[in-house]
Design a protein around this ligand. Sequence first.
Ligand SMILES: C[S@@+](CC[C@H](N)C(=O)[O-])C[C@H]1O[C@@H](n2cnc3c(N)ncnc32)[C@H](O)[C@@H]1O
Length: 226
Amino acid sequence: MNRDDPSYKGQRGYNRFLLAIYDPWVLGFMARAVWKSPIPPVVERYRRLMGRRHLDVGPGTGYFLERSAPSEETEITLLDPNPNVLRKASRRLAARKPITVEADVMKPLPVEGPFDSAALSYVLHCLRGPQPNKSVAIRHIADVLTADGVLFGGTVLGLEERHTPQARAVLKAFNRAGDFDNLGDTAEGLRRILEESFEKVEVDVVGSTANFTATRPRSTYPDPSG
Ligand SMILES: C[S@@+](CC[C@H](N)C(=O)[O-])C[C@H]1O[C@@H](n2cnc3c(N)ncnc32)[C@H](O)[C@@H]1O
């Protein structure tokens, strides 16, 4: 990805070193000790919501896809602008023969839809704010889902929400470094951007994070019957 691209900073940190320590450090330690948001319910959500054709946007190491052990028939597409991520996740899931797409969720998605499900797990806090800008990513995913498709995921919230002092300090540091851009992100704002593109939205705050499920994507085109 070009360094001038607004999405560059949110994905540049995922080099081989970070990806090697990601599972124990980010999922094992940070999620539990800093964000106070346990990982097992996320695996459970993947298990429950993944459809036959699944799109994983920003898959990281592919941890959730592997742990949720989708059925043999599940066809997995991994989309990420960072080639290190695609390499790591596709190797881990090699037995599932995933399709990889090097792309930015902030631009129309160059994928062969429609998908029955999509995950956007801990990606929104990496996208460039303010939060209403991030609705573009949600729209792009809604556009490639089936009429009864589901989008699910989670994100770290900004400073207006409740956090431990440690979480606040980490949030500020990650925003200063540019890895996160979420200081103004709220659970209510998340609901609003999801509702722009989906008819049914559920948002649940857990510790410093919000988990979400969105179904019934709205059509991009106005209903001709008025
Ligand atoms: C915090 S990791 C989350 C990884 C994984 N989904 C998880 O829940 O553990 C963020 C992921 O989002 C990806 N990402 C960042 N900016 C992106 C963008 N503009 N479009 C798509 N993916 C992006 C990163 O490369 C990385 O794979």
